[in-house]
Design a protein around this ligand. Structure first.
Ligand code: N2P
Length: 361
């Protein structure tokens, strides 16, 4: 996980012919793995793992479209992956080098094939939903026992937001998820690519904008856990990690997550190898390591996200496999929607609108 530096004496002792240690560079979402797995990978393979993190598909996409990122493995969400595949950003996986691929789950692969036909370029790492995390005590204090914690109205109805503003509300800085959520709230198609429909999200946001403390996609885990904020529009597993951190701190903060009843977005984060990856061989080794059922289960047990590995399920703790917020039952599944990539022109409309919403002017 780190670059180990040798002392000058050690280098001299090794002599000039020593081969440079093999490296693999992985770029994954923050708070998305049990770090013991990173050490385990290095121990098992002897490959140095350089592990960097991000919290935004847009940031990753800029690197992928520019090329020369220097990464061997990256993890875009499905709709972003699809656009990046079309742009030629990834190389096809060599299945012969991925024997653990047999462990993958056909149910998830059918869904991810929507973005990556035949799953030729990617494997599913985790999947989850975009919803609402609340500090139960504080939200009930502000809105009463009947606070609509399972509804988008909690965060899009200005009457609620006005009362929540004092205890702190964070929204994700993720236009590809936040615009669809607002459209769903007003009964529009969340996957609309029609600029006139997308424009309707502006009024929804402007009405609550004064009460949003921050747009950020990773700070909310600790902010929720510490009781610094009372509501976060965030990702399922991240909110559940906040719940755990609060419980561990025994600070009296009780966190809950809901995929709003009006409908919530379901997304799939896919591991892929950039076309110009410096070490595609080690990238395949990393993917194969991740697809080991026990490794995949260890990751899910730690981050509270579902994964696309069927064989891992017997190693999942009940808190994960038995929680419909993580592994949705049929009723929950019915309320989840997916989105498709915006064409470039529409993407520009969305980006402009999001900048306007964030600046609040
Ligand atoms: C990890 C969040 C990943 C989910 N912290 C976003 N696709």
């Amino acid at each position: 996980m780190t670059i180990k530096s040798l002392s000058l004496t050690a280098v001299l002792a090794l002599g000039a012919t020593v081969a440079q240690a093999e490296e693999v560079r992985v770029y994954n979402w923050s708070d998305y793995i049990d770090e013991d797995l990173l050490t385990k990978f290095e121990e098992e393979t002897g490959i140095d793992l350089i592990y960097d993190v991000f919290d935004s598909n847009e940031v990753l996409e800029t690197k992928m479209l520019a090329g020369g990122s220097g990464y061997d493995v990256v993890v875009p969400s499905g709709s972003f992956l699809q656009r990046q595949i079309s742009a030629g950003a990834f190389q096809k996986l060599d299945m012969a080098r991925l024997p653990n691929h047999v462990n993958m789950w056909d149910v998830v692969e059918k869904r991810t094939a929507q973005y990556d036909p035949d799953n030729a370029y990617s494997i599913n790492y985790m999947w989850g939903t975009t919803g609402i995390g609340v500090n139960l005590g504080k939200v009930k204090e502000a809105l009463g026992e009947d606070a609509p914690i399972d509804s988008w109205s909690l965060v899009f109805d200005p009457t609620n937001m006005e009362k929540l503003a004092d205890c702190g509300v964070h929204f994700l800085d993720a236009p590809g998820e936040m615009i669809p959520a607002a459209l769903k709230y007003i009964g529009e198609n969340p996957d609309s690519h029609d600029p006139d429909v997308i424009a309707k999200a502006e009024a929804v946001y402007m009405a609550v904008r004064p009460y949003i403390q921050k747009f950020h996609s990773s700070e909310y885990i600790n902010a929720l856990a510490n009781g610094d904020i009372c509501v976060a529009v965030g990702w399922s597993g991240d909110v559940l990690q906040a719940r755990d951190r609060a419980a561990e701190a025994e600070n009296g903060v009780e966190i809950a997550y809901h995929a709003p009843k009006e409908g919530a977005q379901m997304w799939f984060d896919q591991m892929a190898i950039p076309v110009d990856a410096p070490n595609p061989d080690a990238a395949h080794k990393f993917l194969n390591f991740i697809m080991d059922p026990q490794n995949m289960a260890a990751a899910s047990n730690y981050v509270y996200y579902a994964n696309g590995n069927k064989a891992s399920q017997e190693f999942l703790v009940e808190d994960v496999i038995g929680d419909p917020a993580i592994y949705p039952d049929a009723a929950t599944l019915e309320n989840l929607f997916t989105t498709t990539p915006y064409p470039a022109k529409v993407q520009r409309v969305v980006t402009r609108l999001w900048t306007k919403i964030k600046s609040g002017t």
